[in-house]
Design a protein around this ligand. Structure first.
Ligand code: V55
Ligand code: FE
Length: 500
C-alpha cells in the first residue's frame, strides 16, 4: 500500500503533514529578541503520519507532534518531534494507518484492539519539571522536556484511576498545585467524572469521583482559589453511535448546559449543578474565574451552538456558521441562592466574535485579572491574494488583547500574507505587573509557504512584531501552546549534542 495524501482535502497545501523531524541550532532572526525571553515555548500540533484509514475521520484524530522554541540570550533553538504514542509505534511498524475514526474503537483494525488510541495532540503542559502532551480521551503522554523523547503513557505512578485526563489542567499560581479532571472517566459514553489534585511537586494526591448530568464533551474547566467549575456541553455521544462506526460526538440542541461547581476541598456530595439554556452556552475554553464572597465569576468565550462542523448536528440540520461564533461572556453563579439553578450572563465585548482560543497572563489564573488574548479572523484587514492565494476572510489573521476592565481592544496584525495560531503571553520578568511582557506565537506565511515565530510587545500590539524567528519550512497546525520560563524549567542551552 503506497502512502498518499492526494485524496485528503484537509491535509493538503499549508496543512499537508510534515512527516519529518527537525533540529535547528540558532534560528535565523529578523529584529532583536529581548533577552528577557528566557525559557521554552512548546506547541502541540496535528501531523498525520499516515493517510487516514476511513473517510469520516477528522483532523482531531491526527498524530500529535510537539515543537519547542527555546529562548536564551537573544538566541532561539528549534526542535520538533512526533509523539511516540503506542498508536504511532504500531502504525509505524505496520507502515499504514490502523486506527479508524475519532475516538471510536469499533473502527480500528483488530490487530490494535488492545492498543491505546492516545494521540497526545492537544496541549503541552509543564508542571513540576515534567512535560505532558495531553488528549482528553486518554492519560497524559510523558515526554522529556529537552530532547522531546517520548517516555510513554503516564498514570502518575499508578495513582490515576480515571481512564482519561483533560487537555486543560490548571496550575494554581499561588500554591503551585495542579488540578485536572476527567470526563467519560470510566470509558466510552460513561457519565463518570473525576477530579485530580496534584501537589506542587507533581504528585497526584487526591482523586474525587462524581456523576455528570449527562455524558458530554467537557473540553475545558476553570478553577478559582476556592472552587472548581465544570461546564458540560451539548456535544453528546452513546455506545450505539460508536457501534455504528460514527464520529464520537453529535450536537444535540435540546440538551441544557449544566455547569457544576464544587469547593476545591469538597466531595462528590458538595457539587451544585447550575442549568443554563442549551442554545447560548457552548463553552470550549475558559479564560479565567474567581470566587468573590458567595459568587463565582467566570469569563470565557461562549457560542450559541455547535462549535465545529466536523461534528454533525444530531437532528440532521445543516451546520450553523453564525451560531458557532463566540462572544466573551461573564457568568456569575450565586452560591447563596438555593433552589435557583440559573446564572447571570453579561456579554463583555458584544461586537467581537473571536475563536474559542483564549489565553491570559497565567500568573493571574484564579485571581482578579485585566487582560485576555484571543485569536480572530478579521476579513476587513488586507490580504494579498496575488501572493498568498484565495484565503481572504478564511484564516485567523489577528490577535486581540481584550481589557476586561475598560473594554478597550488592542490589535496585532501579522501581515498581508499571514495567518496566526493561538498567542502565548510571556511576562517580562517573573515579578512584572500583569500584562507587562510579550505576546509570542507562530504565523503561517502563505506567500513563502514557511512559518515564523512572531514576538510582540504585549503592551504595544499595534506596533507589530519586534522580532521574527524565521523557519526554512512550514510548520503544522497548532492546537495549543505553553510557556515554561527557565526559572520553572531550567535547561543548559548549548549542552545538547543532538543539535547540528
Ligand atoms: C478539541 C480539540 C481536540 C479534541 C476535542 O478544540 C476538542 C477542542 C485537538 O483535539 O479531541
Ligand atoms: Fe483546547
Amino acid at each position: 500500500m503506497t502512502v498518499s495524501f492526494r485524496s485528503d482535502p484537509f491535509h493538503s497545501g499549508f496543512n499537508a503533514p510534515l512527516r519529518f523531524e527537525a533540529d535547528i541550532h540558532d534560528c535565523e532572526v529578523e529584529g532583536r529578541i529581548p533577552e528577557e525571553l528566557d525559557g521554552s515555548f512548546y506547541r502541540t500540533c496535528i501531523d498525520r503520519r499516515y493517510p487516514q484509514r476511513l473517510a469520516n475521520d477528522i483532523p482531531y484524530n491526527a498524530d500529535g507532534m510537539i515543537d519547542l522554541f527555546r529562548f536564551h540570550n537573544g538566541h532561539v533553538d528549534f526542535r520538533t518531534r512526533y509523539i511516540r504514542t503506542p498508536r504511532y509505534v504500531a502504525e509505524r511498524a505496520a507502515r499504514r494507518a490502523l486506527f479508524g475514526v475519532y475516538r471510536n474503537r469499533y473502527t480500528n483494525d483488530p490487530s490494535v484492539a488492545n492498543v491505546s488510541m492516545n494521540t497526545g495532540n492537544t496541549t503541552p503542559v509543564v508542571h513540576a519539571g515534567k512535560l505532558y502532551c495531553l488528549k482528553e480521551s486518554s492519560p497524559p503522554m510523558l515526554l522529556d522536556p529537552h530532547s522531546l523523547r517520548t517516555f510513554g503513557e503516564y498514570d502518575f505512578e499508578g495513582r490515576l484511576e480515571a481512564q482519561t485526563f483533560t487537555a486543560h489542567p490548571k496550575i494554581d499560581p499561588v500554591s503551585g498545585e495542579m488540578i485536572g479532571f476527567a470526563y467519560e472517566a470510566m470509558g466510552d459514553a460513561t457519565d463518570d467524572l473525576a477530579l485530580q489534585f496534584f501537589d506542587p511537586d507533581g504528585r497526584l494526591k487526591r482523586e474525587v469521583w462524581l456523576k455528570a448530568p449527562l455524558a458530554s464533551m467537557m473540553h475545558d474547566f476553570a478553577i478559582t482559589q476556592q472552587h472548581v467549575i465544570l461546564p458540560t456541553t451539548a456535544m453528546v455521544t452513546s455506545l450505539e453511535r460508536l457501534e455504528q462506526g460514527l464520529n464520537h460526538w453529535a450536537y444535540d440542541r435540546n440538551v441544557p448546559a449544566w455547569v457544576g461547581i464544587l469547593p476545591r476541598d469538597g466531595e462528590a456530595k458538595d457539587i451544585r449543578w447550575f442549568k443554563g439554556p442549551h442554545d447560548r452556552a457552548m463553552l470550549i475554553h475558559a479564560t479565567n474565574a474567581r470566587t468573590e464572597g458567595n459568587k463565582v465569576i467566570l469569563d470565557a468565550p461562549v457560542a450559541r451552538g455547535n462549535f465545529n462542523p466536523q461534528f454533525p448536528n444530531l437532528d440532521g440540520s445543516a451546520f450553523d456558521d453564525e451560531a458557532r461564533r463566540n462572544t466573551i461572556r461573564r457568568w456569575t453563579f450565586d452560591l447563596s441562592k438555593s433552589g435557583d439553578d440559573a446564572w447571570q450572563e453579561e456579554i463583555l465585548f458584544p461586537e467581537i466574535k473571536p475563536t474559542s482560543f483564549s489565553r491570559m497572563d497565567d500568573r493571574y489564573l484564579t485571581l482578579p485579572f485585566r487582560h485576555s488574548y484571543t485569536l480572530l479572523a478579521d476579513p476587513t484587514l488586507p490580504f494579498d491574494e496575488s501572493r498568498g492565494g484565495n484565503l481572504r476572510g478564511r484564516i485567523n489573521n489577528v490577535w486581540y488583547r481584550l481589557d476586561h476592565h475598560s473594554l478597550r481592544v488592542d490589535r496585532f496584525f501579522a501581515g498581508e500574507t499571514h495567518g496566526l495560531h493561538e498567542p502565548q503571553f510571556v511576562p517580562r520578568r517573573h515579578d512584572a505587573p500583569e500584562g507587562d511582557g510579550y505576546l509570542i506565537g507562530v504565523a503561517n506565511d502563505y506567500a513563502e509557504s514557511k512559518s515564523e515565530l512572531l514576538i510582540a510587545d504585549a503592551q504595544n500590539l499595534a506596533e507589530g512584531p519586534i522580532a521574527r524567528v524565521k523557519l526554512p519550512f512550514r510548520l503544522h497546525m497548532q492546537v495549543h501552546g505553553w510557556w515554561a520560563s527557565s526559572r520553572d524549567l531550567p535547561f543548559e542551552f548549548d549542552a545538547d549534542p543532538d543539535f547540528p
